[in-house]
Write a protein that binds this ligand. Structure first.
Ligand SMILES: [Zn+2]
Length: 331
């Protein structure tokens, strides 16, 4: 099945929800439900460090993040794609787990999706001369240099927050749930058919809004990491390998790489109570700013014209489109 077909199927599956919503007086505005997605889990432990794995750190940070948000915002509903060391949905493999994460978020009607991950950088290879050897026979026999390779730890460190790649916007558009388009409007409005051009136009509009909101939230997260003394590697997109959980979720979505497990000091930090608490505090502070921006935004676009997102978009330095060679894909 192509992604587009999957997208349409998801939309069709969600149509009953949309019709139910049509008759509901509830106004859907701002951030009411947050889906927290601790990366990896179960037999997919993600990147491995000297003392722990990515999956374990993601779960610890994800659960703490949810708890901290609940304490500060009791009205916000927190949902987790997993709360134990399993592949979400108890799926048999990583890819099915990824689909489940996105489906879970879409079906729960999340307003914001936060994936928690940990980075890893490959060791640095050094090729050095080690001596000489003779090759060939007779007249062709000659002396050549020999080399050996040794590896040293990669000092890469810091945080980075991913938003979905522009190339994947078509998919994002497909994943936008029909009820989103009408959640803030008159509930007596007539729902168009799923393939209606009007519906498609609404979806495109919301894809744009979600992109801008995701970018704004991602910038806010990295700004908070900087305030807490971390090294920020910025807000990024990955165009070579898509990040499924970012482009298959019909809501603003970010993937936070909270640090490098391949860096000894950062691995210790990521495993410490202090480190985890600081990471959580940074994301909660960013969320506070994000919610404030949503509330300030005109009801008609609910933040799509926020100055932060606009200025960030205008500055190409905010988005490093290049993939980072040798790093964990962070899916
Ligand atoms: Zn990961």
């Amino acid at each position: 099945m192509t992604r587009r077909i999957i997208g349409i199927l998801v939309c069709v599956a969600l149509l009953p929800l949309a019709f139910a919503f049509k008759n509901s007086p509830t106004q859907r505005k701002g951030v009411k439900t947050i889906v927290i997605d601790p990366g990896h889990g179960g037999k997919d432990q993600g990147a491995k460090g000297a003392i722990t794995t990515e999956a374990k750190i993601c779960l610890a940070v994800g659960l703490k993040l949810g708890k901290a948000i609940e304490e500060k915002y009791p009205d916000i509903k927190i949902l987790y794609t997993r709360t134990t060391d399993i592949i979400p949905g108890n799926k048999p493999d990583k890819n099915q787990g990824l689909r489940y994460r996105a489906e879970f978020a879409n079906q729960s009607g999340g307003d914001l999706f936060i994936a928690i991950h940990v980075n890893a950088a490959r060791k640095i290879a050094h090729r050095v001369p080690s001596g000489y050897k003779y090759v060939g026979k007779g007249k062709k026999r000659r002396k050549v240099r020999t080399y050996r390779t040794y590896y040293t730890p990669n000092p890469a460190k810091g945080t980075e927050t991913y938003i979905w790649a522009a190339d994947e916007s078509g998919h994002k558009t497909d994943m936008i749930k029909p009820e989103d388009e009408f959640g803030e409007t008159d509930s007596t409005i007539t729902m168009p058919e799923i393939n209606d051009p009007v519906m498609k136009a609404f979806q495109l509009l919301y894809a744009k809004k979600y992109f801008e909101n995701s970018l704004q939230f991602a910038n806010m997260i990295e700004a908070e990491f900087i305030k807490s003394g971390r090294t920020s590697r910025g807000v990024k997109q990955r165009n070579d390998v898509g990040i499924w959980v970012l482009h298959a979720t019909g809501m603003p979505s970010v993937l936070v790489e909270t640090g490098f497990i391949s860096n000894k000091e950062e691995e210790a930090y990521l495993n410490s109570e202090k480190g985890q608490d600081e990471i959580v505090e940074s994301i909660v502070n960013a969320l506070t700013n994000y919610i404030a921006a949503r509330e300030k935004a005109p009801a008609s676009n609910n933040g799509s014209k926020s100055p932060d997102a606009k200025s960030a978009k205008a500055d190409p330095a905010y988005i490093d489109r290049k993939s980072l060679a040798g790093q964990n894909p962070g899916k």
